[in-house]
Design a binder for this molecule. Structure first.
Ligand SMILES: CC[C@H](C(=O)O)C(=O)SCCNC(=O)CCNC(=O)[C@H](O)C(C)(C)COP(=O)(O)OP(=O)(O)OC[C@H]1O[C@@H](n2cnc3c(N)ncnc32)[C@H](O)[C@@H]1OP(=O)(O)O
Ligand SMILES: [Co+2]
Length: 134
């Protein structure tokens, strides 16, 4: 079912500082900030040869990552995103196996303009998993 690792997401308290660290200290190619109000985040992508790092900062009053940053004020690894060929088939199979699909269970369009879904971290060894249909 899951394919390539599309990105590793890090929730950050200061998006500009985090982008600067990756751009200047680590010498990586970093995208400009991209507001994603439907997801309650602003994102920046660090482009790597084999995957991406998604830097996330809360956007708006009810950001889903705000409680995470309250628990982890310096920031931290937030989720892994795996690519799937067919997100609805993946969702239905996972639900049939008892996994919790977050939100209303219907994919939303993510930062790459593709459908995404999230799976509860408690069902996946303490790791929040995002699926992106490519
Ligand atoms: C633009 C889209 C972009 C893209 O790639 O395209 C994105 O990636 S958007 C990313 C932001 N959106 C989301 O994260 C949506 C899915 N997330 C959620 O629905 C919530 O964050 C949820 C349910 C995972 C966690 O909610 P909350 O922080 O309120 O905590 P809870 O008390 O419900 O947590 C229960 C339990 O899970 C642990 N937890 C929470 N977040 C994480 C995490 N990121 N990784 C691992 N574990 C996590 C939390 O500590 C609680 O554990 P417990 O042992 O019970 O204390
Ligand atoms: Co993501």
């Amino acid at each position: 079912m899951i394919g390539r690792l599309n990105h590793v997401a890090i929730a950050v308290p200061d998006l500009e500082a985090a982008a600067k660290t990756y751009r200047e200290t680590l010498g990586a190619k970093v995208s400009p900030p991209q507001a994603e109000p439907a997801h309650g985040v602003t994102v920046v992508f660090v482009e790597l040869p084999n995957t991406k790092i998604e830097l996330l900062h809360p956007l708006g009053a009810n950001s889903p990552i705000a409680p995470f940053l309250e628990r982890n004020p310096s920031g931290g690894m937030h989720h892994l995103c795996f690519e799937v060929d067919d997100i609805l088939a993946a969702r239905d199979r996972l639900k049939a196996e008892g996994a919790r699909v977050l939100g209303d269970g219907n994919p939303k369009i993510g930062a790459h303009g593709k459908p995404v879904l999230f799976l509860h971290p408690k069902d996946f060894i303490g790791t929040l998993i995002e699926l992106e249909q490519v």
